[in-house]
Design a protein around this ligand. Structure first.
Ligand SMILES: *Cc1c(COP(=O)(O)O)cnc(C)c1O
Length: 457
């Protein structure tokens, strides 16, 4: 049987090479970089076809919150299958997405009143952008249809569909798609590590804030919305912001009369130590984009939360066409919403957020020890997320040649210590399950230290 669970690893690898095209994967080197062939998971561990177990220190690319085969989520899915897997949300409803919307809003910033579902982070951001654009055409309080531009920061990442790529600012991923992108207003990058040698970190941070303000001053009146990833720019390289930046930015955007879209696809669902990073920063957005962890890392469900003020502008007799004409086949998928409800149950029944706040400090203390390791240029952390940037020469801030694939080599070596990691170029990324234990934090950081020493000395 071709669905056999006992297929030899070799067969799976051969079929993988023959039939599967992997995302964000240079296939020229893929097989040589010893990819995992996962066949199962248990708690915080992935189990590969050899039966080897690896601590999933990137939460299966940032979405797994409480480990694999978590009983409450598994049970919720089995239970939901006794009812229905999916029915459409287009012009109709289903009990799971209804209940999830109500409960999600109980955890969201108080400015959020409505939930619009989709299936991934990219769409959750594009939906916010489309809603903002249409809002300005339909709002009674200003006739501001000149607000058609969107502002994103350099190094931003909001996903891979064309709207998300347009607002994104990572040249390696995005530049070649230029001909199909729409024009956006580009803000500065919060990167303060790669600054000119004569500049202090504090000065680089101040310059970022000043540049942000200048771009808003220049374009404020044409901006439909400004998109920001609170807490950290994730895929851009785990880049943190100056303290208080989000609060400052929110005020600045509001004063310019524009709308604020917060992309919490990576940082939402507890990673900051609050349910949403904007709550930690005391900021009320106009749109909040949620995906990755929403179902605990089980099923692709995303949500775009927004204000009643936005929603109201879409009301009117149907023939006026003020409806939001956007929807995906699987929008509001009942199985996915059941997984998300079980995820909220876990947040409500266990001190997950308190523990994240405690473990943020444990992780910070443990990461400090990495400064003694050669080639560690910068260590950046926000909540239970971190990036360790490796440099050929940290003192002179000289990078490794990309061809050396140093990040991948370090992560491969860390696998010898039973830890699975996936880097962003030469930034080693930590996005562990929120339920990671102190001992496991220790194991992960030790494995990184070992990986750096193995790969680079
Ligand atoms: C992953 C990510 C996205 C895109 O989400 P997908 O589900 O991969 O489409 C958007 N924004 C941020 C901040 C992300 O980390």
């Amino acid at each position: 049987m071709s669905t056999d669970r006992q297929l030899p690893k070799k067969t799976l690898e051969t079929w993988d090479d023959q039939y599967v095209w992997h995302p964000f994967t240079p296939h020229e080197v893929y097989r040589n970089e010893d990819p995992l062939t996962v066949v199962a998971g248990e708690g915080h561990y992935l189990i590969d076809a050899d039966g080897d177990r690896y601590l999933d220190a990137v939460g299966s690319i940032w979405c797994n919150l409480f480990g694999h085969r978590r009983a409450e989520i598994d049970d919720a899915l089995r239970e939901q299958l006794e009812h229905i897997a999916h029915s459409t949300l287009l012009g109709n409803t289903n009990d799971r997405p209804v209940i999830l919307a109500k409960r999600l809003l109980e955890h969201a910033p108080t400015s959020m009143d409505k939930v619009f579902y989709s299936d991934n982070g990219s769409t959750s951001v594009e939906i916010a952008m489309k809603m903002a654009l249409q809002f300005w055409q339909q709002t009674e309080d200003g006739h501001q249809s000149q607000r058609t531009k969107f502002m994103g920061l350099a190094n931003a990442y909001s996903g891979d569909t064309i709207g998300a790529v347009s607002i994104g600012g990572i040249d390696l991923f995005h530049a070649r798609f230029g001909p199909m992108l729409f024009q956006t207003v580009r803000g500065p990058s919060p990167v303060s590590y790669h600054r000119p040698p004569e500049t202090t970190r504090a000065a680089a941070r101040q310059r970022f804030v000043d540049d942000f303000d200048r771009v808003i001053d220049e374009h404020g009146e044409e901006l439909a919305a400004v998109v920001i990833e609170p807490g950290m720019q994730g895929a851009g390289g785990m880049i943190t912001y100056p303290d208080g930046f989000l609060r400052h930015a929110a005020k600045k955007v509001r004063r310019a009369g524009s709308l604020l879209i917060l992309d919490e696809v990576a940082m939402g669902m507890g990673r900051s130590g609050e349910m949403f990073a904007c709550q930690r920063e005391g900021v009320d957005p106009d749109f909040l984009c949620v995906a990755k962890g929403l179902t605990g890392g089980y099923i692709p469900v995303a949500a775009t939360l927004t204000r009643d003020r936005i929603y109201q502008a879409f009301l009117g007799p149907p023939e006026q066409g003020r409806t939001f004409f956007h929807g995906h086949t699987y929008t509001g998928n009942a199985l996915g919403c059941a997984a998300a409800l079980a995820t909220l149950d876990i947040f409500e029944n266990e001190p997950i957020l308190e523990e994240v706040r405690r473990k943020e400090k444990v992780l910070a203390g443990r990461l400090e020890t990495l400064w003694n390791t050669d080639h560690v240029g910068d260590i950046r952390q926000y909540g239970l997320a971190a990036g360790i940037e490796l440099m050929a020469d940290p003192d002179e801030r000289i990078r490794f040649d990309a061809a050396e694939r140093v990040g991948m080599k370090v992560c491969s070596a860390a696998r010898e210590r039973g830890v699975f990691l996936r880097p962003l170029s030469d930034v080693i990324v930590l996005m562990p399950p929120l339920t990671i234990t102190d001992d496991e934090i220790d194991q992960v950081v030790s494995a990184i230290e070992y990986g750096i020493k193995q790969a680079l000395q």
